[in-house]
Design a protein around this ligand. Sequence first.
Ligand SMILES: Nc1ncnc2c1ncn2[C@@H]1O[C@H](COP(=O)(O)OP(=O)(O)OP(=O)(O)O)[C@@H](O)[C@H]1O
Ligand SMILES: Cc1cn([C@H]2C[C@H](O)[C@@H](COP(=O)(O)O)O2)c(=O)[nH]c1=O
Length: 210
Amino acid sequence: MVMTGRFISLEGGEGVGKSTQLLLLAEALKARGLSVVTTREPGGTPGAEAIRGLLMTGAVDRWSPRTEALLFAAARADHVERVIRPALAAGSWVLCDRFIDSTRAYQGVAGGLTDDEILALHRVGSQGLMPDRTLVLTMPVAAATARMVARDGADADRFAARSDGFLDRVADAFVALAAREPERFRLVAADGPAEAVTARLVAALADLTS
Ligand SMILES: Nc1ncnc2c1ncn2[C@@H]1O[C@H](COP(=O)(O)OP(=O)(O)OP(=O)(O)O)[C@@H](O)[C@H]1O
Ligand SMILES: Cc1cn([C@H]2C[C@H](O)[C@@H](COP(=O)(O)O)O2)c(=O)[nH]c1=O
């Protein structure tokens, strides 16, 4: 049976379990006989990983939200062109840890750029490629921050070091985006054992896998 590649993004605030679930979800889909490529943003290609280094290090105010949006768009353009589109064309499912909706939430709602500005950059950089399904992991910011602190200790990156208010705005932004595009988005509770979360994610893809 020939399967069509699907593009799935995992989104949510810091520490909700996206990276953990990306791997578990990939295993679950592979067990169904699907070819799966896992990747992340910012990053996924040597060039985009180099831009990631610029974005993730240094003082919180090293870049303005506008400059960040341009850097994320440039990294994404390289990633889409060299990894995501070729994998989809080859029939693989692509699971991506963050994508355009992170820019809409972090640089847009929380950072002050308009959604139109961000989507215009996305049209230029990535020809407007959108995921077939966006899975937003949700949990209270305080609980997710506790997971992150347990993981990173004092090694917070530029984004994780932001105020609780910023992280609250990001979390609210994902929920608002999901309400505006209910066909593409699914909100998935991120609490409980990792295997239980994976089962919820698999269920949220049921219409695409059947
Ligand atoms: N269901 C879970 N229950 C308890 N701890 C978890 C669960 N899922 C992940 N964790 C732990 O929480 C921490 C954050 O998880 P993970 O790195 O997957 O989150 P993330 O959303 O990718 O974070 P970031 O946005 O910072 O990259 C890790 O230490 C991970 O082992
Ligand atoms: C793609 C993307 C990411 N960000 C922020 C969100 C996170 O704080 C970091 C990435 O770190 P992670 O540990 O790999 O999740 O970057 C952003 O602000 N805008 C974006 O478009």
